[in-house]
Design a protein around this ligand. Structure first.
Ligand SMILES: [Zn+2]
Length: 498
């Protein structure tokens, strides 16, 4: 029983690790939702010390010894074995960095994130330039250190934090296929749209309280459990908290309620995944989300595959009409369908349509690789951004807010994250097609606003797997193939050209 007790000790240590991670998540949530700006310095100190503590929990000498001991005679239950494998992976990520760097990174990203807010408000990259350059130096140091330790490239080491096993080779291949396919498709769709009748835009203003009320009832439809989560407002929509207390946020626009609502539905998809992770493994590595590609597949499946479909809109538009006490020719499922699936070459990623969205991601992928490798410096960001935007999408930002300041990720120290959005979009298409083929009742039920059969299938085939298998193993089991562009391409052709 000696080997088991080493493993049991590890379970206790990781329980503590994920509990502390949960505390950290709530501090971040509070920072984005409630905290007055004057609290920034104190919060930054709290987060830095907490992160140092979290880091020390996994990097103690004892953990390395316990891992070695447990691996000599691993537990017999396959979930325990998968858990042990994940423990080793977390340990490797943590041990690669010394605590001084972890603390410095935490402080620098908190500081940069606060300055970024000001820069956004003032629409001036110049304000955050220095804080960003300082943060970038630390992120590069982390990337090089981890890359050396893992024997991969610095950028791959960063991607691995969000999507274990992701390689430049695979991402390059996917992005190359999409860059070959999307520009031509975009032109075809734009032509089709130009000859058809333009969708009517419902006229606001839309009362914020009514927007929130509608959002809450839609969340309930999807299956969100308000005993275990809540909806708030923030500058940038996100999903945080922990599996038993999921916090999602959105932002409301007075004249465009769909923007806030789609944000909510997207984050609800993330929340449903978190809630559906295997409960008996809550604070263990194997009970965590597999990676950001699957996470994003769950939000995009709800937002893009379901909520922009004619089936769902037939149910939802009457509800929207009632919510805002509105009337007129714009309020038909058909018009909303065309409105929601309108393709345009635009500037803002989070508001981009599905067809051009991957191009926004490819732009960021190219830039962040160059920033990490040192080919590009932080101060060059606005210029390079605008140039690439022009090349890839044929539009140029008039200011920084529409350009390089629009996403929080880099200013928060998150590099290597962006590719997961598109990997998620591909996986979402694969998964939804597989689900609808396996359970023919899913689509007709969605047109009645009933998500139960879909969620049941997702729970069984995706959510409950946690980190038991790899992303590609989970995908292959659920959809018949690892991550690929085929299902996504088919979906785009059907949704936008037929
Ligand atoms: Zn998302």
């Amino acid at each position: 029983m000696k080997d088991l007790s080493a493993y049991s000790e590890l379970e206790i240590i990781f329980h503590q690790f994920f509990t502390l991670k949960g505390i950290e998540s709530f501090l971040h949530w509070d920072m984005s939702v409630n905290m007055p700006t004057g609290g920034a310095a104190a919060r930054s100190e709290q987060l830095a010390i907490l992160e140092e503590k979290i880091h020390s929990v996994v990097t103690s000498e004892q953990v390395g010894e316990l891992l070695n001991e447990s691996e000599i005679s691993p537990p017999s239950n396959p979930w325990d074995r998968a858990n042990l494998k994940e423990m080793r992976r977390y340990w490797k990520h943590a041990i690669a960095l010394d605590s001084k760097l972890v603390k410095a990174l935490s402080k620098s990203s908190s500081a940069c994130q606060m300055v970024w807010r000001k820069a956004c408000q003032n629409n001036d990259f110049g304000l955050v330039k220095d804080a960003f350059s300082e943060l970038l130096i630390l992120v590069r140091e982390k990337a090089v250190t981890k890359g050396t330790y893992f024997g991969n490239s610095p950028y791959e080491a960063l991607m691995g934090e969000f999507e274990p096993g992701a390689t430049i080779k695979v991402v390059d291949k996917i992005f190359c296929e999409l860059s070959n396919f999307l520009p031509e498709l975009t032109e075809k769709v734009l032509f089709k749209q130009s000859v058809g009748k333009a969708p009517e835009i419902p006229i606001g203003p839309f009362d914020e309280k009514a927007q929130r009320k509608l959002a809450l009832s839609m969340m309930e439809r999807v299956g969100f459990d308000f005993e275990h989560g809540r909806l708030d407002k923030s500058l940038h929509p996100f999903c945080g908290g922990v599996s038993d207390d999921v916090r999602i946020t959105t932002r409301y626009k007075q004249n465009d309620f769909l923007s806030g609502l789609m944000g909510v539905l997207h984050e609800t998809g993330h929340a449903m995944y978190e809630r559906g992770l295997p409960e008996e493994w809550r604070l263990q590595p194997v009970g965590q989300a597999r990676g950001m590609a699957i996470h994003e597949s769950q939000s995009l499946l709800i937002e893009m595959q379901v909520c922009r479909s004619i089936e769902f809109l037939s149910f939802a538009v009457p509800m929207m009409k009632t919510a805002f006490d509105s009337n007129g020719s714009a309020w038909t499922p058909n018009n909303f369908y065309r409105l929601q699936n309108k393709v345009s070459k635009s500037l803002i990623r989070v508001e981009a349509d599905e067809v051009t969205y991957p191009l926004h991601v490819i732009l960021r992928y190219q830039i962040e690789k160059a920033l990490i490798s040192g080919e590009m410096e932080g101060e060059e960001l606005p210029t390079v951004w605008n140039e690439k935007m022009n090349n890839l999408l044929g539009v140029e930002p008039k200011n920084d807010r529409e350009g390089c300041l629009q996403d929080i990720h880099w200013f928060n120290g998150a590099f290597g994250y962006f590719p997961t959005y598109t990997m998620g979009a591909l996986a979402a298409a694969q998964i939804f097609q597989a689900a609808c083929t396996a359970e023919t009742v899913i689509k007709p039920k969605l047109s009645q606003g009933c998500f139960v059969p879909l969620m049941k299938w997702l729970r069984e085939n995706i959510h409950s797997k946690g980190s038991f298998a790899s992303t590609n193993e989970i995908l292959t089991e659920a959809s018949g193939s690892p991550i690929e562009t085929k299902a996504f391409k088919l979906h785009l052709q059907q949704q936008y050209l037929e």
